[in-house]
Write a protein that binds this ligand. Sequence first.
Ligand SMILES: CCCCCCCCCCCCC[C@@H](O)CC(=O)SCCNC(=O)CCNC(=O)[C@H](O)C(C)(C)COP(=O)(O)OP(=O)(O)OC[C@H]1O[C@@H](n2cnc3c(N)ncnc32)[C@H](O)[C@@H]1OP(=O)(O)O
Length: 238
Amino acid sequence: MASSEEDSTVEEKENNKRGIGTVARTWLIFYNIAMTTGWLVLAIAMIRFYMQKGSHKGLYRSIQKTLKYFQTFALLELVHCLIVHTSMLVTGVQVSSRIFMVWFITQSIKQIQNEESVILFLVIWTMTEITRYSYYTFNLLNHLPYFIKWARYTLFIILYPVGVVGELLTIYAALPYVQKSGMYSLRLPNKYNVSFDYYYFLLIVMASYIPLFPQLYFHMLRQRRKVLHGEVIVEKDD
Ligand SMILES: CCCCCCCCCCCCC[C@@H](O)CC(=O)SCCNC(=O)CCNC(=O)[C@H](O)C(C)(C)COP(=O)(O)OP(=O)(O)OC[C@H]1O[C@@H](n2cnc3c(N)ncnc32)[C@H](O)[C@@H]1OP(=O)(O)O
């Protein structure tokens, strides 16, 4: 009895430290378990597909539903910024670039779905998200194994740039199809009198990785120093 009271006091103290209430904490635990499970299902589906077919061709098609579902669900992370200590700007860039890759590139341009680069970013995203969501879950439960904490704040050093390479190569592979089909583009003359060229938009998106990706990467390096080495870091307000 005494011990369970002590446990709940420790838990309350941890929650107070994070500044989140019981309802928010319960929701986050549910969300993080659901997301860990989703990305684990994706990992198993990819491994099974590759073992059965011996090729990556058709892999994206076979997992697209699960991917779309769980990556889109991650939009909720923008709402979570209101309850956890995280930057809305950093989260916004991260989530929107992923949604963009799934819906406006890979899903929209069927011809590129069998590119190796698609498998590259899918594998990298999957490894990252299984680690990240299991870290959040165990952390919220106050039972965080050190290796998960270490993996969360170390694997990204390699996974982040490799994931970016996969994404950029995929957008690059999409360019000729976008140019040829004129998809999502609006040519003049039209009744709105505006023009939009998705091909050039994609070139701008690719170029925007140059200023934006280092911000995300250095943010994670600062988080690493804070969490693994206990450094006190003063972040600028977003
Ligand atoms: C419309 C066209 C748009 C085009 C835009 C083009 C932009 C191009 C640049 C973008 C490039 C991105 C490429 C990317 O997609 C490639 C990859 O992802 S490759 C795979 C490798 N990736 C990673 O390793 C991802 C790393 N990124 C992240 O982890 C997050 O996304 C990030 C938002 C960067 C994390 O930042 P955050 O500040 O949240 O860090 P922490 O995880 O340390 O969390 C801080 C505190 O918040 C608590 N927290 C956060 N979320 C939760 C949650 N769900 N549940 C519970 N708690 C949560 C966390 O515990 C920390 O709290 P405390 O400090 O109290 O412990």
